[in-house]
Design a protein around this ligand. Structure first.
Ligand SMILES: [Zn+2]
Ligand SMILES: [Zn+2]
Ligand SMILES: [Zn+2]
Length: 180
């Protein structure tokens, strides 16, 4: 149970996001609805990379009357409003993460368990800018993704299969964990 001052802090915390969203839906000629508010709230509370399906199940727990299409369309609105950002991790799914007030970061994805770690490397960032300039580009944005086998999966592989079959296709089943 949240204490009253914590609750007030929570409400305060998402104040800007809620204003941005309201402004955006009004501009789009849409109405503010309790369902959209709930979807926004749950999205903002969840510090993870979510598919619209994932978010749908979280919303379902609190209001089973919310349909999948509403969740999907609201995520699109959140993206247009700059509150959410789409990310892809190579498993043909679209994930959404927080965009507003979140520092730029890149991702490393485990091809075995789908764990996603967020990272930021000033060296890589400046090298990317240098490459863009070298080819006469003004860099605007980028998305860097690295794939590999996480430490947990390396241990598991060593325990069960001392030698990994070569030529095996990586299985990407993304399960996200927000890194630090
Ligand atoms: Zn980057
Ligand atoms: Zn793993
Ligand atoms: Zn991320």
């Amino acid at each position: 149970m949240l204490k009253l001052e914590d609750m007030a802090k929570k409400i305060e915390e998402f104040k800007n996001e809620k204003e941005i969203f309201l402004e955006h839906i009004q501009k789009a000629g849409l109405r503010r609805t309790a369902q959209r508010d709930l979807i926004l709230e749950i999205f903002l509370r969840t510090e993870e990379h979510l598919t619209s399906e994932d978010l749908y199940w979280l919303v379902q727990k609190e209001d089973p009357s919310v349909g999948h299409t509403t969740v999907y369309r609201t995520l699109k609105l959140l993206t247009e409003a700059g509150l959410a950002r789409e990310v892809r991790f190579g498993d043909n799914k679209t994930y959404y993460e927080h965009h507003y007030n979140h520092e730029h970061h890149d991702h490393i994805i485990c091809t075995e368990c789908g764990k996603v770690v967020e990272f930021f490397s000033p060296e890589i960032e400046s090298m990317q800018d240098a490459v863009a300039h070298k080819f006469g580009f003004i860099p605007t944005h980028h998305s860097l993704r690295l794939w590999g086998v996480c430490e947990d999966c390396q241990h598991k592989a060593n325990e069960s299969h001392p030698t990994m079959a070569s030529g095996a296709q990586p299985r990407v089943r993304v399960k996200t964990i927000a890194g630090n």
